[in-house]
Design a protein around this ligand. Structure first.
Ligand SMILES: *[C@@H]1O[C@H](CO)[C@@H](O)[C@H](O)[C@H]1NC(C)=O
Ligand SMILES: *[C@@H]1O[C@H](CO)[C@@H](O)[C@H](O)[C@H]1NC(C)=O
Ligand SMILES: *[C@@H]1O[C@H](CO)[C@@H](O)[C@H](O)[C@H]1NC(C)=O
Ligand SMILES: *[C@@H]1O[C@H](CO)[C@@H](O)[C@H](O)[C@H]1NC(C)=O
Length: 461
């Protein structure tokens, strides 16, 4: 018996040629917030009042403070030895610690911190393309990224020059945005959404800060004309924070403008990737007839720091995390997300940080892939299936407290935030959810009003 050569060739083609090239992987790292002053015995400058809040200081950090270099090192060491060959690395910013005094965390220090992490990434991934977006903490004073050329944009450009194509130099120096090819079919569009952040006083009441939206429109139009697709990445997301009854980040006009352009070009965008919340969630952008157009993935932080934002519902911190994303090389659509984490408490106890798979999204949520339709089906199920929502909720804080109880209000905020990126739609969604809630007195008022009007109508007719 012999296998004919053509059969062997066909098999080879199947294994090597055909399927290997269809999907690729990338690492998404974000919100590292390295605190160079972290010290096991002294409160580091980033620590919240009342620290230590959960147990003693540990070698790898503590919830309520930003992490030491050792945690960053362990994460990059894990990625280096993971074994997968990634096509690129996505880095969505917020490199510096939460130090409130901008005189202490000045531009020199911000630069040093960004430079150290750039070096760590370059050492870990010597021949891999990195796409990098700035976060609101990558500036001093924090949040104040200007809508114009600035010396500091030049300095960051110098650090990242090897990652930015020549024709991205001008826009980067003008406002920290650029686009670069991932492959022949797919472009990465890196945006600076800190320009839309309502804590940025530099961009208040402008029409189009740094002309970024006009540029985005033009770049996307070019991509469409070439029959190509794009993936989009940035730090601050549009829409609402899913752990708060009413907290958004963008100035309202910029939220509308951003969503208008994202919608206009949704047909050519495979996926959008953002961060800033430190939590693990996603958003769905809908078309005019309510069909899901496009998912926005929100990646959780490497820093375990607990938010101090007033009004946050539920646990405030997260375990350190990293994600490995599988995507379609031709379209930028997401096939699966492998979410990795390190149990910070355990790492400190054992003196070594183990990085393990938290979940593979398709298995974890029982969906086929991570496109808009699959995620729409997931969110519809999460409304009714308590166990499924509980899984999402535990992952939302990277297993910060898997036994945490959540109530209907909390669930409503998450679901309304996922499905409603326009502020007015979110408010309406919350209103309807409250009305439907059996414990809400307004439900009774509403019911009486309906009954009363029905009663009076019967007299009129
Ligand atoms: C922590 O900081 C204090 C004061 O800055 C210093 O005396 C001490 O040696 C540091 N401890 C460690 C473990 O680095
Ligand atoms: C990186 O690329 C250079 C030049 O192409 C090559 O000499 C070097 O061995 C590569 N390094 C790694 C770690 O792959
Ligand atoms: C939500 O917050 C915005 C701005 O902070 C405010 O204008 C609006 O009234 C709030 N909406 C609700 C329903 O509380
Ligand atoms: C993390 O590790 C601690 C210490 O071993 C353990 O008590 C806790 O249950 C772990 N958390 C999770 C979600 O596994």
């Amino acid at each position: 018996m012999g296998i004919r050569p053509t059969g062997v060739l066909l098999l080879l083609w199947l294994f090597v040629g055909c399927c290997e090239s269809e999907t690729g992987h990338f690492w998404h790292v974000t919100d590292m917030h390295w605190d160079p002053t972290y010290n096991e015995t002294n409160a580091a400058l980033s620590c919240n009042p009342g620290t230590p809040a959960h147990g003693p200081f540990g070698k790898f950090g503590i919830f309520s403070c930003d992490p030491p270099w050792l945690l960053l090192e362990s994460a990059f060491d894990f990625m280096k030895h993971h074994g997968i060959k990634v096509d690129f690395v996505m880095w969505t910013g917020d490199d510096t610690p939460h130090i409130w005094d901008d005189k202490v965390l000045n531009m020199e220090w911000v630069h040093e911190i960004i430079a150290a992490q750039t070096e760590l990434i370059k050492e870990t991934f010597p021949n891999v393309t990195v796409f990098s977006a700035m976060g609101n903490h990558d500036w001093s004073p924090k949040n104040e990224l200007p809508p114009r050329s600035d010396h500091f944009y030049n300095q960051v450009y110098n650090l990242w020059e090897a990652w930015i194509p020549d024709d991205g130099e001008e826009t980067f120096k003008h406002g920290a945005f650029y686009s670069a090819p991932i492959n022949d079919d797919l472009e990465m569009v890196v945006l600076n959404t800190n320009l839309y952040y309502d804590s940025n006083s530099q961009t208040k009441n402008m029409y189009d800060p740094a002309n970024q939206l006009q540029w985005f429109d033009d770049v996307m139009t070019g991509i469409e004309q070439d029959g190509r697709k794009a993936m989009v990445m940035a730090h601050v997301p549009p829409g609402m924070f899913e752990k708060h009854a009413n907290k958004s980040w963008f100035y309202p006009d910029y939220n509308e403008a951003f969503l208008r352009f994202a919608k206009k070009h949704a047909g050519a965008i495979g996926s959008i990737h953002m961060a800033h919340h430190h939590t693990d969630s996603f958003r769905l952008l809908y078309g005019d007839n309510d069909q899901p157009l496009l998912p926005i993935f929100l990646a959780p932080a490497l820093s375990p720091w607990e938010t101090t934002l007033p009004g946050v519902m539920g646990g405030k911190g997260n375990n350190p995390s990293l994600r490995l994303v599988e995507y379609e090389r031709e379209t930028g659509s997401i096939v699966n997300i492998n979410q990795y984490w390190s149990n910070l408490t355990l790492a400190n106890l054992q003196g070594t940080a183990k990085w393990v798979l938290e979940y593979a999204a398709t298995d974890y949520y029982g969906i086929e892939n991570m496109d808009g339709n699959s995620l729409e089906a997931l969110v519809q199920s999460m409304k009714l299936d308590r166990d499924l929502f509980d899984k999402y909720y535990s992952a939302n804080g990277v297993q910060f407290d898997p036994n945490e109880e959540w109530d209907a209000d909390t669930q409503n905020v998450h679901i309304c935030a996922i499905q409603n990126l326009h502020y007015a739609d979110f408010a309406l969604c919350m209103q309807e959810a409250n009305r439907a809630g059996s414990h809400d007195p307004s439900a009774l008022v509403f019911l009486s009003a309906v009954l009363l009007s029905a009663f009076s109508l019967s007299y009129i007719t």
